[in-house]
Ligand binder design. Structure first.
Ligand SMILES: [Zn+2]
Length: 605
């Protein structure tokens, strides 16, 4: 897409500034790039003739001012008109492709408000050890045959890693953790790692423990968990949090070429679900290098929003600003200009903090104890923060001072308090429009909502927890606290902008299932977890489109069907606003468009 003069001058100005200061673009020379959509919206020639017009069906705009229109015209990657059919059809030329929607529905494509894009190229190569409806595992005996089939299918050789994703004891009839001893007889010579559905832990077999150097002498690191064989100090299988994360970080990686070659399949996971903006919600230095290369090679056709993980910032500064000699937690003063715009479909948006772990893994940080024991059998367990709160508060304030957006993972109410404390320490106020995103905000307390309102904190909720872990949350937290997980209705009543995420690959990339959970809050067992927090369908769809766009400051270019916005669109086989509630889960994405270009088309019914 051609850039206007204005865009070019912005780009080259930034580029020059980075070069002059000698710091590169700090967190990636990602910055200096084309802002194509903004440029195109300033031109008028797009409106002279439509390349494509959608008409004759149901068109949902997600625009509160006008929820439905009769027709939409697209040119040069943008929506150039949306409204009454007679008006829109005036843009028809001989070359215009007319799409008659019939009984299909057109709406803005979905946006991933929190997930881990870098899991996608990997997952293409991993075994699915999730439980239904995502995967095949329902009992301990299921693991070995599923892994054996995976080894065969992928030609995994002796000594090579066998990796699975989606492990969760709550899927198992036995309701206990799988052990290394149960994997060892089938896989004596292959290290096996089955990653926990929270992505915060894994079960390893003995060959894997040997390879990573974990044995009876290994002490459990602070903030971590290593389950032991009863009566011994030998690791039993499950490791979590700080005992797992460094190991995962140091895993031998598939070669860059292999990973680059999986990028089409990886992006199709999103495109086939109608998602055109993906979140890489905890980016490591190596991931950023990879994504920049993918962008430079032209391999990205979806927009990727990257949030460098705060502990990786020193490594990134070293890589992209080698002449910077500040303290490890400082950022060069030019750092803010590395954020907020796309180059080669990759954008850095803010810095990601992780305050605690996962509620289903019992590694979140709560103010009151759970009703059940801790992950290692502890009494009065209320979890703990992963990092000292004082450090997190200081770092978040530093980013506030530099004007960089904060994205903080906080699941337990005590972890959410840490973010609120950081906001207060920084002097954060709603009218400053900083849009700190509190990712998950899962186990909120009602008294925390007014603080969100006051400081303009914006929650990205994870309401699918009501389905996948609703029963566990009720057992752990009791009925009252469990009813308030991902409290979307209360947040909307306080006029907070909230989004809905699936934390891919924690849960499947399935916006219709995300919507269904927000609307029904139904657990696997069919119970309603917090009926008062169910929201209506319109709000549920907003949380997957325009609200998610707002959180990353793209509400002027994405999230609704309005003239001037990008033609990021999806065609569904049914209307999610009117179909029977349980049929929402069956709605299929038929075609997905990124900037007017078809990037996914369903071939089978
Ligand atoms: Zn996450």
């Amino acid at each position: 897409m051609p850039e206007t003069k204005q865009t070019e001058s912005i780009s080259s100005l930034d580029r020059r500034r980075f070069i002059e200061t000698g710091v590169g673009a700090t967190l990636g020379a990602v910055a200096a790039g084309s802002i194509t959509a903004m440029a195109a919206s300033e031109t008028t020639d797009a409106a002279r003739g439509a390349e494509m017009i959608f008409r004759g069906g149901n068109i949902i705009t997600m625009d509160d001012k006008r929820r439905q229109v009769q027709a939409v015209a697209v040119a040069k990657g943008q929506i150039v008109a949306a409204g009454d059919e007679a008006e829109v059809m005036k843009l028809k030329t001989d070359g215009t492709r007319i799409v008659d929607l019939g009984d299909r529905t057109l709406m803005p494509s979905f946006m991933d408000s929190h997930g881990h894009f870098m899991n996608a190229p990997q997952i293409v190569k991993w075994a699915n050890v999730s439980g239904p409806p995502v995967g095949p595992i329902t009992r301990i005996a299921d693991f070995v045959p599923v892994l054996q089939a995976h080894v065969k299918k992928n030609g995994i050789k002796k000594g090579e890693w066998i990796i699975g994703y989606g492990y969760d004891r709550s899927n198992l009839a036995e309701n206990r953790e799988l052990t290394a001893a149960e994997l060892d007889p089938a896989f004596p010579d292959n290290p096996v790692m089955l990653i926990h559905s929270s992505n915060h832990g894994a079960v390893l077999n003995s060959a894997a423990f040997k390879l990573v150097g974990y044995n009876e002498q290994t002490k459990t690191p602070p903030g971590g968990l290593i389950l032991r064989v009863p009566g011994t100090n030998r690791p039993a299988g499950l490791i979590m949090e700080t005992a797992f994360l460094p190991i995962f970080g140091n895993m031998p990686q598939p070669s860059e070429r292999v990973l680059l070659d999986t990028l089409d399949s990886a992006q199709q996971i999103y495109a086939s679900a109608g998602v055109t903006t993906c979140m890489e919600g905890a980016t490591h230095a190596a991931d950023l290098r990879f994504l920049r290369k993918a962008g430079a090679e032209g391999l990205l056709y979806l927009d990727i929003v990257s949030l460098p993980l705060f502990v990786e910032v020193p490594a990134m500064v070293k890589e992209y600003a080698p002449n910077f000699h500040g303290s490890p937690t400082d950022l060069p003063k030019e750092a803010p200009s590395a954020f907020g715009f796309y180059k080669n479909r990759l954008k850095l948006q803010g810095i990601k903090f992780v305050v605690d772990g996962s509620p289903q893994g019992k590694t979140a940080f709560w103010s009151k104890p759970l009703l059940t024991k801790g992950p290692g059998g502890e009494d009065n367990w209320r979890g703990r923060p992963l990092f000292p709160p004082e450090t997190l508060i200081k770092l978040m304030k530093e980013l506030y001072d530099k004007g960089i957006q904060v994205f903080a993972h906080a699941n337990g109410d005590a972890a959410i308090d840490v973010v609120i404390d950081a906001g207060q320490a920084a002097g954060l106020k709603a009218e400053q429009d900083r849009r700190w995103v509190v990712i998950h905000s899962q186990c909120m307390r009602p008294d925390q909502l007014p603080h969100y309102k006051e400081m303009g904190l914006t929650p990205s909720f994870f309401p699918m927890h009501t389905f996948f872990w609703g029963e566990e949350h009720t057992a752990n937290l009791g009925e009252e606290r469990a009813s308030f997980i991902s409290p979307m209705k209360s947040a909307i009543d306080q006029t907070l902008v909230c989004s809905n995420h699936c934390d891919y690959s924690v849960c499947p990339m399935d916006p219709m299932r995300m919507m269904w959970s927000a609307v029904t809050r139904q657990s696997r067992a069919g119970r309603i977890i917090g009926p008062n927090e169910r929201i209506d369908r319109w709000d549920a769809l907003k949380s997957l489109t325009i609200n998610a766009a707002w959180q990353i400051r793209e509400e002027n270019r994405k999230g609704t069907i309005e003239a001037g916005k990008l033609a990021d669109l999806v065609i569904l086989d049914s209307d999610p606003l009117t179909i029977e509630t349980d049929k929402i889960l069956e709605i299929k994405v038929l075609e997905t468009f990124k900037e007017g270009k078809s990037i996914f088309r369903r071939t089978t019914a």
